[in-house]
Design a binder for this molecule. Structure first.
Ligand code: PXP
Length: 236
């Protein structure tokens, strides 16, 4: 079985920096630490309201990381930025101004007509496109029709479930369907040192994108060590 890659989301470092707007903690230094702890890539989300990651951060992260996953809303502005930056991957996420974090998956069925040309533009720029979606068969089938190469399964509901088994089963079925349709699979949201292993064991999952739990752990042990602990868990 191929090793599952780890993308470390650094948005929360930028959130801390933006709390004072005095340039610390240094986002690039933090991303370097994450890479030296064994992260395969860096993930960042440039939100429409620029509440954490700023435009200049994305350009700097582009230079630093061999694999950059740029999370963005499906807007013309973001497509333009992505085609300038040329990350290895764009993950399209739903975005609401009032939310604390990305709350649900992309409603691909409703936004299909708007989404499809944006996916085509990104594909034409040589960028792999991933759609952040719930493990729902209807949404998975529609995702395939957009021309995106990847889906990222939203694991948020699994992460907070009192009984995670039925949600995990749903995710496993979703991954099987994605494979049947020729879609490649990433997963993320709410994954931590306790619940990640079961998701990493799903054969179709290529990459996990994890932010909050790693950054929270790094308050006690530093980013490099917090990332290393997650990598060790994935390799165990
Ligand atoms: N994947 C996507 C698409 C996300 O939007 C987020 C949150 O920014 C994550 C993964 C990481 O989630 P968490 O911070 O809960 O690990």
């Amino acid at each position: 079985m191929e090793k599952v890659r780890l993308g470390v989301n650094v948005d929360h470092i930028a959130t801390l920096r933006e709390a004072r707007k005095e340039g610390i903690p240094d986002l690039m230094a933090a991303a370097k630490e994450a890479l030296s702890g064994g992260a395969d890539g860096i993930v960042c989300h440039l939100r429409e309201d620029r509440r954490h990651i700023q435009d200049a951060d994305v350009y700097a992260l582009r230079k630093l990381a061999k694999r950059l996953d740029f999370e963005m809303a499906a807007t013309d502005e973001m497509v333009e930025i992505a085609t300038n930056i040329k990350p290895e991957m764009v993950t399209i996420v739903p975005e609401k101004r009032e939310e604390l974090t990305t709350e649900g998956g992309l409603d691909v069925v409703t936004i299909f007509e708007d989404l499809k040309p944006k996916v085509a533009k990104l594909n034409a720029a040589g960028i792999l496109v991933s759609l952040f979606i719930e493990p729902d068969p209807v949404v998975i089938r529609k995702s395939k029709e957009t021309g995106a190469a990847y889906i990222e399964i939203h694991t948020g509901r699994y992460a907070i479930a009192k009984d995670p088994k039925p949600v995990l089963d749903k995710i496993i079925k979703a991954c099987n369907l994605a494979e049947e349709l020729g879609l490649r699979v990433n997963a993320g949201h709410g994954l931590d040192y306790q619940n990640t292993r079961a998701i990493a064991e799903i054969p179709q999952v290529e990459e996990l994108n994890i932010g909050f739990s790693i950054i929270a752990r790094s308050v006690f042990v530093g980013i490099k060590q917090a990332v290393k602990e997650m990598v060790d868990l994935l390799n165990a």
